[in-house]
Ligand binder design. Structure first.
Ligand code: GRF
Length: 229
């Protein structure tokens, strides 16, 4: 009897990870990789239960498969820029199938709508390549450069029903250099993205994030206690 319980324990531990992440992405998946790496290195207590993409040959799917993570193309047709209607239902159903309790948007090139927001209240995160609220929308690094900003960066935030407007969890800044091109600036921002996303998720995993209006408040004592156990 006792023996049987002991044998089961490792599996139960894996299954009882508080953060069961479903990643949604449309591109190469470097942010997904940083999250997978952080879990592998033990700095993020979580499990990536699935990677879903609206692009059949997206690099993010290939990356996940190489690492043994369930990866699936899920059509978001007929819409081009949003996730709504039957497509939204397909995504919610697939996330439920894998038991995800947290959704990570990592370069998912669609606006998510109320169905997904209601299915995962305050459990959907996004990363945006700018210091929000500056430069929401597309190609933010280029917007920052064209505007003449001296500082750029990235933001990890909870997703709400606006465009890049949800409460901010983590931000990282980088300098804009005199000789920057959109590509060099984006590359410098991405280095910080790969630090910021695992950091924000570690706060969620430690269950020390609360939302007060627009503000995210971090319970530092709980965070430190979690780090010691
Ligand atoms: C990142 O720059 C992210 O900020 C934006 O989309 C890009 C995704 O890159 N939302 P990757 O697919 O994670 O490499």
């Amino acid at each position: 009897m006792i023996k049987a319980l002991n044998t089961k324990r490792p599996m139960e531990n894996i299954r009882s990870h508080p953060l069961r992440i479903g990643i949604l992405g449309s591109g190469k998946g470097s942010n997904a990789q940083s999250i997978i790496d952080a879990i592998g290195q033990g700095t993020l207590r979580a499990e990536v239960v699935c990677v879903l993409s609206d692009v059949e040959d997206a690099g993010i799917l290939e990356r996940a498969r190489r690492q043994g993570i369930p990866a699936r193309f899920v059509s978001a047709a007929p819409f081009k820029t949003k996730l709504e209607g039957e497509a939204e239902k397909r995504y919610i159903g697939t996330l439920a199938e894998f038991g995800a309790n947290t959704v990570v948007l990592a370069g998912f090139m669609r606006i998510v709508k109320t169905g997904l927001l209601k299915a995962f209240p305050n459990r959907i995160l996004n990363i945006h390549p700018a210091l929000l609220p500056a430069f929401p929308g597309m190609a933010s690094w280029k917007q920052a450069l064209d505007y003449g900003a001296k500082v750029a960066g990235c933001t990890v935030h909870l997703v709400d029903d606006g465009m890049d407007t949800g409460p901010i969890i983590v931000q990282k800044a980088v300098p804009v250099l005199e000789d920057d091109t959109p590509e060099t600036l984006h590359a410098r921002i991405q280095v910080q993205e790969h630090i910021a996303y695992p950091e924000a998720l570690a706060l969620m995993a430690a269950d020390c994030v609360s939302v007060r209006g627009r503000r995210i408040v971090i319970d530092r004592a709980k965070l430190e206690q979690g780090a010691r156990t």
